[in-house]
Design a protein around this ligand. Structure first.
Ligand code: ZN
Length: 205
């Protein structure tokens, strides 16, 4: 047995489950000393995640690093509106009482994800513009970048042509491009903006 990490109870169980998915035998210990907080240094009272086999150390540390990164990305934990239990950020059903996420939290989750989708679409468009500029699609069989998008990414020809147009237009509109990269502008809005904006007139406010 080897100590891997000290985490709060919910995070300790999530990490244990993540380790199990990677085939690493792990256990959460120290769950019952919470009543002793105040007498022990605070860290000593935290649940501990132990791995059964020290030979799994490197792989377990990699799983821990991924877990920590995911935790930072999803923000602080949420509390169930039904029973008050701590849940991972953006939980859909409380692990303890099964109550669904309150509607305002569900709404916040959707708007947050919309921002991530905008940022991911932006990344796609930036790479697409470069691919088109370097004529990565021109292998003799494909007649345009839009056709390539249809073939490789399953995008309708009309939508594909528009994506290539928007991607190339964004290259000359750095403020609009940056706002989309931060998740603040949707593809629909950027599409409309690229029809009217020029580098001198672009204003994302
Ligand atoms: Zn609950």
């Amino acid at each position: 047995m080897e100590l891997l990490a000290r985490l709060d109870r919910v995070q300790a169980h999530l990490l244990r489950d993540a380790l199990a998915r990677h085939g690493i035998d792990a256990h959460v210990l120290n769950l019952h000393v919470q009543g002793a907080v105040g007498e022990l240094p605070p860290e000593a009272a935290l649940p501990q995640v132990w791995i059964a086999d020290a030979r799994d150390r490197e792989r377990a540390r990699a799983v821990l690093a991924t877990h920590e990164a995911e935790r930072r990305r999803t923000g602080p934990p949420s509390f169930c509106g039904g029973c008050g239990e701590e849940n991972p950020a953006g939980f859909e059903l409380c692990w303890r009482c099964g109550k669904a996420l309150p509607l305002p939290d569900l709404e916040a989750r959707l708007t947050e994800l919309a921002g991530h989708l905008n940022a991911a679409t932006h990344r796609f468009l930036v790479l697409l513009a470069e691919f088109d500029r370097r004529e990565g699609w021109a292998d003799g069989a494909t007649c345009s970048c839009a056709h390539w998008l249809g073939w490789k990414c399953g995008i309708d020809l009309g939508a594909a042509r528009e994506k290539v147009r928007v991607a190339r237009a964004l290259e000359a509109l750095p403020a609009i491009s940056a706002a989309m990269g931060r998740g603040e502008l949707s593809y629909s809005k950027v599409r409309a903006l690229t029809r009217v904006a020029t580098q001198d007139t672009e204003d994302t406010r």
